[in-house]
Design a protein around this ligand. Structure first.
Ligand SMILES: Cc1cc2nc3c(=O)[nH]c(=O)nc-3n(C[C@H](O)[C@H](O)[C@H](O)COP(=O)(O)O)c2cc1C
Length: 266
């Protein structure tokens, strides 16, 4: 069973055009997967379904591995969904030239995941809907942010829904594109290495350097390094020759072993 989870950063609920894009793409994946004998489940959340506070810049997540807000709002629910899927959709409407505030808020709330490649091994589709402009720029930024978390992005798309009827546009104009996107997503599911972006290898090298430096410094002063370094060490991230090799190992193992060391909410 391939599990799709879609986070839609719009509070328009079922009326969200970005949700419609997501639903159409999920349908296309389901149809294609049927053809190769794979079952696909699909679940989504839109912004209005959760109560999410804004990051307070306390840095507890980077240092201790926990966000104090998670026990006070619904972020824990969303985090679990993000972790439990195989294919992750992230969709945002374009608001004033970029992603919506709620989309960015979620990305900020999981910023520390990018330091430990938390979403490694997942295949991603990112997309934006817009009435006129900035669709591709917004989708590109979503792709960058997903990749920073380890996601192998196989579809970066946008829909300019200015034809008066979003459904008509999605059905008549977008459907062939979404069909091709579904093909790529399933291909990436089988061969993730072919969809790794060069920046992911660079981020991997950079993170390993920072972890080695943190380890050396904390050894010198005889203290524990931050949680993010401990987690990377317990995941043996510094021992893989490349991001691609780490992704392959993650996929073979079926996920990260439990390695979260933090425990202090304060
Ligand atoms: C607050 C707000 C700001 C918007 N800013 C832009 C914009 O800068 N450029 C644009 O082309 N469309 C803009 N739009 C239109 C939305 O991007 C478009 O309607 C989108 O498909 C809405 O998606 P949703 O229904 O999933 O929320 C804006 C809409 C809203 C509500």
């Amino acid at each position: 069973m391939i599990r799709i989870f879609s986070w839609i950063g719009s509070c328009a609920g079922k009326a969200s055009k970005t949700l419609r894009y997501s639903n159409r793409l999920a349908e296309a994946v389901q149809k294609k997967a049927e053809g190769i004998g794979e079952a696909v489940s699909y679940e989504y959340m839109t912004g209005d379904m959760l109560r999410l506070d804004y990051c307070r810049s306390c840095n507890n997540c980077f240092m201790k591995g926990k966000c104090p807000l998670d026990s006070q709002d619904d972020m824990g629910i969303l985090k679990q969904k993000l972790l439990d899927c195989d294919i992750l959709f992230i969709g945002s409407p374009v608001y004033m030239g970029g992603m919506s505030a709620i989309t960015k808020n979620v990305i900020d709330r999981i910023a520390y995941w990018s330091h430990r490649f938390e979403l490694t091994g997942k295949v991603g589709a990112v997309f934006a809907t817009t009435s006129a402009s900035y669709g591709s720029e917004t989708a590109d930024q979503l792709a960058f942010l997903a990749r920073m978390n380890g996601v192998v992005v196989a579809h970066t798309g946008y829909a300019t829904l200015n034809a008066g009827s979003p459904n008509l546009y999605l059905d008549e104009v977008m459907l062939p594109l979404l069909d091709a996107a579904a093909e790529r997503l399933l291909d990436a599911w089988r061969h993730p290495d072919a969809y790794i972006d060069p920046m992911q290898e660079k981020a991997f090298t950079g993170r390993n350097y920072l972890n080695r430096r943190a380890r050396a410094f904390h050894n010198l002063i005889n203290t524990d390094p931050p949680d993010e370094t401990l987690v990377c060490e317990s995941r043996h991230i510094g021992e893989y020759p490349s991001f691609a090799a780490m992704t392959e190992a993650y996929r073979k193992a079926g996920g990260w072993a439990e390695s979260v060391t933090g425990g202090n909410d304060e």
